[in-house]
Design a protein. Sequence first.
Length: 559
Amino acid sequence: MKTLLQNRKALIGLVIIAFIVLVAIAAPLLTQYDPAARTGRPHQAPSLDHILGTTRIGQDVFARLIYGARTSLAVGFGAGLLITLVGTALGIISGYRGGKTDEIISFFTNMVLVVPNLPLLLVLAAFIGQASPLVIALILGATSWAWGARVTRAETLSVKQKDFVKSAEMMGEPQWRIMTFEIFPNVISIVGINFIGSVIFAIITEATLEFPRPRRSESDLLGHHALQRAEGLGPFGRRLVGYSHPLLRARLPRHRHVIAELRRRRDRQSTAAHRQSSEALVPARPFRGGPPVTQPLLSVRNLTIDYIGEEKDFRAVKDVSFDVAPGEVFGLAGESGCGKSTIAFAISRLHKPPALIRKESRILLDGRDVLSLDRQALSAFRWREVAMVFQSAMNSLNPVLRIETQFYDMLRTHKNMSRAEARERTAEMLTLVDIAPDRMRDYPHQFSGGMRQRIVIAICMALDPKLVVMDEPTTALDVVVQREILQRINELRRSFGFSVLFITHDLGLMVQFCDRIGIMLAGKLVEQNTAEAIYRTPKHDYTKKLWASFPSLHGGVLL
């Protein structure tokens, strides 16, 4: 509401709507006449007694107009609410669930869209006869939801690809909660516009349906009497309501400035990081690493993942095997599209069709077969055993929820904490990453990119996981912030004792941070060794070419 009131156009639209509603509510105070009673001579001209004159049977036009506005607004808002509820619910469910659910809902949506709306309404209205406002609202709601469902579905398809939705899935939140608290707030602008448009549509359609039929004796709908008499005030009233629609619409989408701001910052930071990335090449500390792992925390064996196509399959990961020891940092490096993120998603079981993990694949965490976990066990496994920092991690925070709410959702899901307990844990975790606890009620856009990154890491640490998968966690950050983030991760790793699977295409950054490194090429793990060996004596030609691709710090020009 505060956002609406700060915009002049939206405020004007709100005032128009409020004026019409108040006039309808205050009808008994604004006129002494009964709208159904004969109170004067037929066709009497406007006067002090009858402001707008009388009808052909002597009824007061002003009384009939303002009393009729009650019915019009009741039908409009009732039908608009029903249209919006049905369209929003079906659109979000269809877009998020996908598969058969999407096909069934889309089938019925297409059927409703194909049938001409107004002729259908006229037939239904004639069949029902003197229908009550409730019945008319139900008819409008049952025949007019499809457009809103289609638009909401399209927006949901976009939102569900965001990292904060994947993060919620990783946390084990149930689907109904993800759709209600993660997706719905991010499509609220579409829902608001749909609701206002539906109200206007319902009011105008109601007048259209009533025009060819005999009037009910008690009152006129907004504009119906003027349609019969062509006096102009009724159409003017509908236009007032209609003009308020674009005025309100001018402000409704503005809450999405949060997402737009995140994107602008990401683009600026990405450019800066690209120009300075070569500065991180030379290791800033002695190399770590030792003999091959004997008792791994994570064991990946013969991992093969296909993306199933209509004509042929694409093999994204080909027979990959590696281990990660307790407390170790293992890195996966390679160019974009080589299968690094696909492996990360497989470890957390986040893949959905058309991705398919082949039967010969094995993923063991602390001796537990990850690929055999059922839904309930998998929900408990995620975030408590394995946490994940997604690509562009600073976008993993829901832009329309406060930081404390995002902590609470995860803590409530896995530990059934009360709000007070969750608030204490949130303050503790924010302190660990050098963020003041009193900022937990801020929104993500109120933090810098590096601070948002640290908040995501704090959320990952809140349940003390054994393994943290970091999929390019420093993307779009400059080299100074990258170093701060990695130092903080190292400090937390020493304190909590978790292992890290670190994924990036920046080999220079990886040799500073990892104990051992695996090199990916076209879905295959072509080389793995200690960080020092990968840096000083790479064996595979592709690894050598990766090092050769870095410009020299002592000569040449970085384009």
